[in-house]
Design a protein around this ligand. Structure first.
Ligand code: NAP
Length: 264
């Protein structure tokens, strides 16, 4: 039985992850981290399932009192970083869906995992289709150096651009010949009109109610465009990736960034 702690249980992703854990025979939910319900059990909180699972505010206290194999973080980057570091130091393998970590934070966590010899995974996108979209975009950018990324999310998302857009741009940059796109005399008459500049390519972030998580990578060349598009219509789309991550991190002894690195 894989013993699991979830941080952010009242959130949209957290509540979906609880369902995943509860519906998987080999998984057991043993505690939650929730800053608003310290000392209660899940059953005492109206929006949580009727389970006799303890809730902690302090991740350290939780790790001292509860034995667990896996720590799932679905909160916000500032707190998620502290949680993930504590999980690694307490040898509870982190599976992190929280997006918005800085490169420096990911490097620091990778070092902690290395010195503690603990496996873990941080994935800005757990949807398998999104991982394929990123890989296809990376391949296409070898032939089409002119590319713009449009990512679209619900209006409650805190970070922009999305972790997926940043990751896509990084993958493209690793194979694309550098190019500062657009006209050299281009001028924004309204600041931000051309989006964020990532290594010469542009990233545009849309935030609207009704959306979940969507991204288009549009390539242009003379007389043609190529669009690679992925849509997550609900948060169930991320759960197969989280399930796979829980199973795979049990075999790792280092921190891996990106779901693509554990697929296959
Ligand atoms: P959400 O509905 O806003 O849930 C966030 C949860 O975190 C809430 O329960 C919130 O509780 C808690 N939280 C906020 N600030 C906190 C803090 N300082 N300390 C402890 N808990 C805190 O957001 P969501 O849509 O579930 O997304 C959660 C994270 O997953 C985000 O970073 C999002 O970008 C990411 N995400 C990742 C994927 C992926 O595939 N990797 C997919 C979708 C979303 P309160 O009520 O106390 O604020």
């Amino acid at each position: 039985m894989t013993r699991i702690i979830i941080a952010g249980p009242r959130g949209k992703m957290g509540s979906e992850a609880i369902q995943l854990v509860n519906s998987t025979e080999s998984f057991e939910l043993v505690a939650c981290i929730d800053r608003k319900n310290d000392g209660k059990t899940m059953r005492d909180v109206e929006s949580l399932p009727d389970l006799d699972v303890p809730i902690y505010e302090s991740v350290e206290e939780c790790f001292q009192q509860i034995h667990a194999d896996i720590f799932i973080d679905l909160t916000v980057p500032e707190t998620g970083y502290i949680h993930t570091k504590a999980a690694l130091k307490n040898h509870v393998r982190p599976v992190v869906g929280t997006s918005g970590f800085t490169t420096k934070q990911i490097e620091e966590l990778t070092e902690v995992a290395k010195s503690e010899k603990v496996g873990g995974l941080i994935a800005p996108n757990f949807a398998v289709g999104a991982v394929l979209m990123m890989q296809f975009a990376q391949t296409a950018s070898k032939y089409f150096p002119d590319v713009e990324i449009i990512e679209k999310h619900h209006d409650q998302k805190l970070d922009a651009p999305s972790g997926t857009a940043i990751k896509t741009a990084e993958l493209i940059s690793s194979v694309r010949s550098y190019k500062e796109q657009g006209h050299e005399a281009e001028k924004e008459t309204l600041a931000g009109a051309r989006g964020a500049n990532s290594d010469g390519m542009r990233i545009h972030s849309l935030r609207l109610p009704g959306l979940v998580a969507h991204q288009e990578v549009i390539f242009g060349s003379s007389g043609q465009t190529l669009t690679i598009k992925h849509d997550s219509y609900n948060r169930e789309s991320f759960m197969a990736g989280i399930k796979l991550a829980i199973e795979e991190v049990m075999k790792l002894d280092k921190l891996v960034y990106g779901l693509e690195n554990i697929l296959e």
